[in-house]
Design a protein around this ligand. Structure first.
Ligand code: BT5
Length: 329
């Protein structure tokens, strides 16, 4: 933890109160001049800090920034967020989390970034990641489950995203197989889960989560394959990213613990209840191939169960689905 993070922690632990320069200097083992320098840096980053000669420093307001100490403060998760890495800019939080995983980072480590320069979707696609508006987050997990069950975790994060959008933004969304969350039919969030494993053993799984919170229309490129939206565009209200992230991490933590105790069934049920395409006709595109059928539900490994027109039920393990109704329009 940097000196800046530790000063922020001191403010957080003494809400609304002055913390003397002497106390900060003593606790952090730095000079009074160094304390002042760090306060200056925090002010430049947008933290409103009052300085009173005889009393010390007091935090009045925090900017909409994702700072590790602020994220950790009061998180109270059992597993997720035990280590928080918050970056101003990175190539991809999934790549950073993978690097940390390879170095032995503990389960529950999270990486967030204000901006990604090479945000990734599936199959080498790009994830638009402008600064200051959205959430780009990767969570490192080390579940002791069979390799084939790892895709189940995608549905766990989808449920947590949809529930958090409801709780924090009062926004009703739907989940779309395999990794989308939609609001009014447009993509508001995408998930990219990646695994590091050998034959029978998972070393770690990275849950990559991108959620469009305060993105405005001009920040979306024109050549997106599907309509996209943000919580702000849907509700007209700006979202406090820190509060949203903490709420999301808490939900994810609870769902993950339930998953470790009870397996996939509770999550599968919740995901299916959030999926509007169940019992409707869809087209599945798998590269050069496509087929149509009625969505029946999720299989135990996360495959989509699709009833074809001849009555047989197919398992779809990869691809993109589109409602047939939308294709007719
Ligand atoms: C996804 O892929 O939806 C997975 C996105 C995962 C992003 C997170 S951010 C944190 C973590 N770090 C990473 O590097 N990635 C993860 P896919 O289903 O392939 O969808 C990608 C497609 O969505 C693109 O081809 C675009 O058409 C569209 N798209 C790109 N950026 C978007 C955005 N911000 N909002 C909505 N749609 C977008």
């Amino acid at each position: 933890m940097t000196s800046r993070d530790r000063i922020l922690n001191l403010f957080r632990n003494n809400p609304g109160e002055y913390v003397s320069g002497e106390k900060i200097s003593h606790l952090l083992h730095i000079s009074r001049a160094a304390v002042w320098k760090q306060v200056k840096v925090l002010r430049e980053a947008g933290f409103e800090i009052e300085a009173k000669h005889s009393l010390g420093y007091r935090l009045l307001a925090t900017p909409d920034l994702l700072v590790a100490a602020e994220i950790e403060n009061g998180l109270s998760c059992q597993l997720i967020g035990r280590t928080v890495v918050a970056l101003t800019e990175t190539d991809s939080t999934n790549l950073q989390a993978r690097r940390l995983g390879e170095e032995g980072a503990i389960e529950g480590t999270i990486v967030v970034a204000d901006r990604q320069t090479a945000g990734r979707g599936r199959l080498g696609r790009r994830w638009e990641s402008p600064a200051g508006v959205n959430l780009y987050c990767s969570i490192l997990l080390r579940p002791q489950i069979p390799v084939q069950q790892a895709p189940q975790l995608t549905f766990l994060s989808a449920v947590a995203v949809a529930e958090t959008l409801k709780e924090v933004c009062q926004l009703t969304t739907e989940v779309k197989w395999p990794n989308d969350i939609l609001a009014s039919g447009a993509k508001i969030s995408g998930l990219l889960n990646e695994m590091n494993s050998e034959t029978e053993q998972i070393h770690f799984v990275i849950l990559g989560v991108g959620i469009n919170l305060n993105m405005v229309a001009t920040q979306f490129p024109e050549d997106l394959n599907y309509p996209a939206t943000s919580a702000f565009l849907e509700t007209g209200r700006r979202v406090d990213r820190l509060f949203f992230l903490q709420t999301f991490l808490r939900r994810l933590d609870l769902h993950y613990q339930e998953f470790l105790r009870e397996g996939f069934t509770p999550i599968r049920r919740r995901w299916e209840s959030l999926c509007k395409l169940i019992n409707t006709q869809v087209r599945v595109d798998q590269g050069a191939n496509s087929c149509c059928g009625t969505v029946v539900g999720l299989d135990l490994d996360g495959a989509l169960r699709l009833q074809l027109n001849n009555g047989s039920v197919e398992r779809i393990v990869a691809g993109d689905i589109q409602p047939v109704e939308a294709l007719k329009r």
